[in-house]
Design a protein around this ligand. Sequence first.
Ligand code: UD1
Length: 363
Amino acid sequence: MLIDIIAGARPNFVKIASIIHAIKHHKKKIKYRLIHTGQHYDSAMSKVFFKELNIPIPNYNLKVGSGSHAVQTAKIMIEYEKIINKKKSNLCIVVGDVNSTIACALTAKKLQIKVAHVEAGLRSYDLSMPEEINRMATDSISDYFFCTSMEACKKLLNEGKKRKNIFFVGNTMIDTLLSNIKKLRKPKILKDFKSDRKNYYVLTLHRPNNVDKMIKLKKLIEAICHSTNHLVIFPMHPRTRKIFNKIKSQPHNLLLTEPFPYLEFNYLIKHCMGVITDSGGITEEATVLSIPCITMRENTERPETIKLGTNVLIGNDIKALPKYIKKIETNNWKVSKIPKKWDGKTGDRIIELIIKKISNDLQ
Ligand code: UD1
């Protein structure tokens, strides 16, 4: 059986790592081609993840780079189609919700290759976000659905997907976190600033809605930094950096950095007082590490991080920040639990299911 595994952007690398490591135990049954679309191309956004997470060099790099959504998606489709035309695989595995996910799912499906979506069934129903469009479109044409929660499975059933093709397997991003937890590395910045256990926050912002307008980004950063006396460490996504460079003054407790490698970023999360973010994946990592998390979004496709986990949603309500910061700083954050099957074994479950249940369906 030949499988294509697609990865394009930073969160994808974290998700595919566990699937690739799980395949190692079944080399005789599964061959795979790792296809990097090149959506993320900076060393800090891509190469370092391959190195740290022990992901092999991709068999193909489509090198599509930046562009509008249409340009990026179209370029990926054109390049991936060429690979399939050379040799057809039996299954295409896509993960998450980025442009590379929908682009490759669509290309494979139209060439009659079955598609498996890892992290299927997540829904925020907020179609102003490209990721939600990518999730819905990918699920609408996928054949097999690997879900991080029962709630996601139920959503797919309600959308008319066949029960036999929906699998509650857990979370591959958490596999990667748990398998690297002992290897997490203290970033140099903590040594330099003598800032260590639980006396700083980590801030990440990269959603277009939060960062694409300079005034909005400035207000958000100021509100966050003014609601605490502690250091706020802000590893900046390239998208955010472009806009941030136009802002003249910065709060005194803001510490700007480049994006961190995986092992350093998760060290920072594990040892911080709290996370303030607009990412989805980080809310899951904070939940597993029992770190309070404030999400600057109006909605989430990951409700278990709120119902069970450490996450709260505050959207654009910057006035709510001091209340939640106080809860963190007085040790009054909610008690949390780790969602079911977020146990480090999801990649193995996916590969077992592919071998035992799905392989019979594949041409
Ligand atoms: C993408 C995903 C988002 C994911 C995020 C993680 C989509 C629609 N969005 O958003 O779901 O959470 O990745 O990071 O797929 N850039 C660089 N260097 C890089 C990568 C990007 O400078 O290595 C710049 C590009 O010039 C571009 C901007 O960052 O202008 C945005 O990159 P893009 O991949 O389009 O989307 P993200 O905002 O990263």
